[in-house]
Design a protein around this ligand. Structure first.
Ligand SMILES: [Zn+2]
Length: 356
């Protein structure tokens, strides 16, 4: 998992908000919770059109703060497209704010070291189930593999164990030290963003995965089109991202939902908007699986207890996914069961095929 650092190609003047159906700026004056009042505000940029369908009309969905990492004092607003229903952060952090909102200790970079052994073991089991279900959908062993946002390379290693040659296993990751280590192990790892990566030839990849990355990127359309180009005919693309059409997203819609991950999640999809994005790039949807959204349940409760009304910081700690195991196990079991019963959880895994 990694955060793609966007280039800010779509910087718009603040006045672009006047192109929309929602000129109300009252949300900008909402005061941050006391814990965030000492933070500075970061620079922002407006995103005037829907990142999925490019429509210019939207309405406000919710306003919140960086409840999780407390890096900045800005209020942040999610808006929903009036045409396709896609949700995006508008405005979002400007390029120069990225080192602030992604501090060096950002857990996506070293998640495995921060959780305890039992949680690590549980995560490995869930990862295995996920990979197995993807390989089943592929219907054959892949001849080449790409993981976008490969982190420490745990999926690259898993594919090597499944028999794919390391010279056919590609990883994109923004942490240079990790990329050097993976290259030394024989993988084809590159330190670059999807949008600017020139190291992968068209039609070369059999299976591409992107787990919890697309919600961070500047232009999901560009990313999906590039992956489509890299895939061989018949190749499969597996995308995992938060699902805003889920029970926890609805229960905590007012501002506390963990899946908002303000201000680092810039695009929030429903199964319908994600399918549209993929189909617009020429993919056929194979299936959608629902994974466990345990961290989103935990953070939703944590944020509500810590920041809503009279704060309850001690109770909130019970729902910090890094500090509290029992509720984490409970929500994982709850969502595993719901996913099996056909309910839409808040973590969707969509498999799409490039026509052969
Ligand atoms: Zn739209």
């Amino acid at each position: 998992m990694m955060a793609e650092h966007p280039p800010g190609q779509r910087r718009q003047p603040a006045s672009s908000a006047s192109h929309t159906s929602d000129p109300n700026d009252a949300w900008r004056r909402i005061a941050p919770p006391p814990e965030l009042q000492r933070c500075a505000a970061v620079a922002t940029q407006a995103v005037a059109t829907c990142p999925v369908c490019e429509h210019a009309h939207y309405r406000q969905l919710t306003v919140g703060f960086d409840y999780e990492l407390r890096t900045c004092a800005n209020p942040w607003r999610f808006v929903r497209c009036a045409r396709c229903g896609h949700v995006w952060l508008n405005p979002r952090p400007a390029v120069e704010a990225l080192p602030t909102i992604y501090p060096p200790n950002y857990y996506a970079y070293n998640y495995d070291q921060q959780i305890n052994r039992l949680a690590q073991w549980g995560k490995q089991q869930l990862d295995r189930l996920k990979l197995r279900s993807i390989l089943r959908a592929l219907g054959r062993a892949p001849s080449s593999f790409l993981d976008i946002g490969c982190g420490q390379g745990r999926y690259l290693r898993a594919m090597a164990e499944w028999g794919v040659s390391r010279q056919q296993i590609y990883g994109l990751e923004l942490d240079e030290a990790i990329v050097r280590r993976l290259c030394a192990e024989g993988y084809r790892a590159f330190c670059c963003r999807v949008e600017t990566c020139e190291s992968i030839a068209p039609g070369q990849i059999d299976l591409a995965t992107m787990f919890h990355v697309i919600e961070h990127v500047d232009s999901p359309r560009t990313v999906v089109h590039r992956v489509a180009r890299w895939l061989a005919p018949g190749g499969v693309f597996a995308v995992e991202t938060p699902n805003i059409d889920s029970l926890d997203a609805r229960l905590f819609a007012d501002r506390w939902w963990g899946g908002y991950h303000i201000p680092r999640h810039w695009n929030l999809f429903t199964p319908e908007t994600l399918a549209r994005l993929l189909q617009d790039a020429g993919f056929e949807i194979v299936t959608t699986r629902y994974q466990t959204g345990h961290s989103f349940w935990m953070y939703s409760l944590h944020h509500r207890l810590r920041y809503a009304g009279r704060p309850h910081p001690r109770a909130a700690r019970w729902f910090d996914p890094f500090q509290s195991l029992l509720p984490l196990v409970g929500f994982t079991a709850f969502d595993l069961l719901r996913g099996r019963l056909g309910f839409r959880t808040s973590a969707m895994l969509m498999l799409a095929r490039k026509p052969g």
